[in-house]
Ligand binder design. Structure first.
Ligand SMILES: Cc1cc2nc3c(=O)[nH]c(=O)nc-3n(C[C@H](O)[C@H](O)[C@H](O)COP(=O)(O)OP(=O)(O)OC[C@H]3O[C@@H](n4cnc5c(N)ncnc54)[C@H](O)[C@@H]3O)c2cc1C
Length: 442
């Protein structure tokens, strides 16, 4: 029997869908309110412009989605999505070479964002106590008499204003979330914002994938170096396609026109993306985007926060997407939300923020740490960051030929282990040994 009557989720992208899914286990009714009209599965929509760019689902995120929607991965694979070992089947190019590629069992899912999101949405819609209200924009929170508790939301829909009451409201409205504004209007303090400016340009295009490409491997990830500041990600997708995103920090974006796009790919630190795009057939028009900064709102530091209110997903933290972690963070946060609601609704927001902080710390430290290697990046630097980046470059070098070091890195990248795990003595001595060995070999 559900413990509570009604929950509202603001925003129907990945964080909102997954939050709504776990709340259907606790509330008699869950209402998801979304600004857009949902399109058919597989089609883009305005509220998620990033869906036109490369998206991959890490092992940790896939495992949660599979738990929430059993059989989802195989249903997507039947529609052409590609399941792959994120280590054995992918080429991660760091510090001048590929990291070692042992069998890891860390299975990720490669599928276009509209097919993934649309399929999750259809599964959710099939749950009896779930409903969605589309073309509806949440414009304000409603509070009780002494302003201690959120009791619902005000919604603009088709020119009219409506109100919805709820026992719990979850804000999953993404990076542009109005929560800080709403909190300020209601007399609450707003979260401190941490920003790391990375001036990132994205250019994405899809190409026909041939069986001979990359000897059958399904992904190439080439992070930018501090010197070149150019990188790329290329992932296999349904319908025998590659999605290729070329990125540039603090410089001109990769050109949209084909020859310029190919030439840019040739200038990346590693060859794999260029080897494919140099003569592959383009199958979509190119599209560009800007990502000026990683942004983290420190809700966990607030002293006062209204009861019955939670903020999740990109609304809390949105970081450099090159490592493909945002949807997996949304999935892991849904598990934190589930556990918090299981313990009751009192102080659910503050308990959620406290327990979600270590989940967010991992991708934030990976993305920001790596970005701070570029001297142009604007963000808080300290001796610790410099040491970690020095260590990571040594770790990547050792990982070129040491399976265990490579696996330790990939467990962190897949959000399955905390970053300090790569400094465990059993790994650190292999890093030391690997670097001595390679220097001796040179
Ligand atoms: C270029 C790029 C590439 C990325 N690649 C990857 C990747 O490979 N792998 C990965 O895991 N992640 C990736 N991400 C991150 C990923 O897209 C997000 O982390 C993920 O979508 C979760 O975001 P969200 O659901 O919190 O917010 P969003 O996806 O931003 O969705 C917010 C939703 O809220 C709705 N909304 C907003 N305001 C209101 C309102 N007031 N009322 C009602 N509805 C509202 C919007 O219409 C939208 O549907 C990438 C991001 C970018 C920018």
């Amino acid at each position: 029997m559900p413990e509570y009557k009604h929950a509202i989720v603001i925003g129907g992208s990945m964080s909102g869908l997954l939050a709504a899914r776990v709340l259907t286990g606790h509330f008699a009714k869950v209402t998801l309110i979304e600004r857009d009209t949902f399109p058919p599965v597989g089609q883009h929509r305005r509220g998620v412009p990033q869906s036109r760019h490369t998206h991959g689902l890490l092992c940790s995120g896939r495992a949660v989605l599979e738990k929430l929607f059993p059989g989802l991965s195989s249903a997507l694979v039947q529609q052409g999505a590609v399941m792959g070992d994120t280590v054995r089947d992918a080429r991660w190019f760091n510090e001048g070479a590929c990291l070692a590629r042992p069998v890891s069992g860390l299975e990720g899912l490669l599928v276009t964002r509209p097919l993934l999101e649309g399929t999750v949405r259809e599964r959710l819609r099939a749950i009896a106590n779930f409903q969605s209200v589309e073309d509806a924009t949440v414009s304000m929170l409603l509070l009780n008499g002494d302003r201690s508790q959120v009791t619902g939301v005000r919604v603009s829909r088709g020119g009219a204003e409506e109100t919805y009451d709820a026992d719990l409201v979850v804000d999953a409205s993404g990076r542009g979330s109005k929560s800080p504004e709403w909190l300020a209007q209601l007399g609450y303090e707003t979260p401190r914002v941490e920003e790391v400016q990375i001036s990132l340009s994205y250019t994405t295009r899809m190409f026909r994938r041939r069986p001979d490409h990359l000897n059958g491997d399904v992904a190439a990830i080439i992070p930018p170096t501090p010197e070149g500041k150019r990188g790329g990600v290329m992932l296999a997708q349904e319908d025998n396609r590659w999605t290729v995103t070329l990125i540039s920090h603090f410089g001109p974006a990769a050109p949209l026109e084909l020859d310029g796009f190919r030439e840019f790919a040739r200038t990346l630190p590693g060859p794999y993306i260029w080897e494919v795009v140099k003569d592959a057939e383009p199958v979509t028009e190119p599209i560009g985007a800007k990502f000026p900064a990683s942004v983290r709102r420190r809700y966990e530091k607030l002293h006062r926060f209204p009861q019955r209110y939670v903020v999740v997903g990109d609304a809390v933290c949105s970081f450099n997407p090159i490592y493909g972690q945002g949807m997996s963070v949304a999935a892991l946060e849904s598990q934190v939300l589930d556990a918090c609601v299981r313990q009751g609704l009192d102080d659910a927001g503050r308990r959620f923020f406290a327990q979600a902080t270590p989940v967010v710390d991992i991708p934030w430290s990976i993305a920001v740490g790596n970005d701070l290697r570029m001297k142009e990046t604007v963000g808080p630097r300290n001796a610790g960051v410099n040491f970690i980046n020095w260590y990571m470059s040594k770790l990547h070098r050792a990982a070129h030929h040491d399976d265990r070091v490579s696996l330790a890195f990939h467990r962190v990248a897949n959000l399955l282990a905390p970053p300090p795990s790569v400094m465990h003595p059993s790994i650190a001595w292999r890093v030391l040994w690997g670097n001595l060995f390679s220097r001796a070999a040179r």
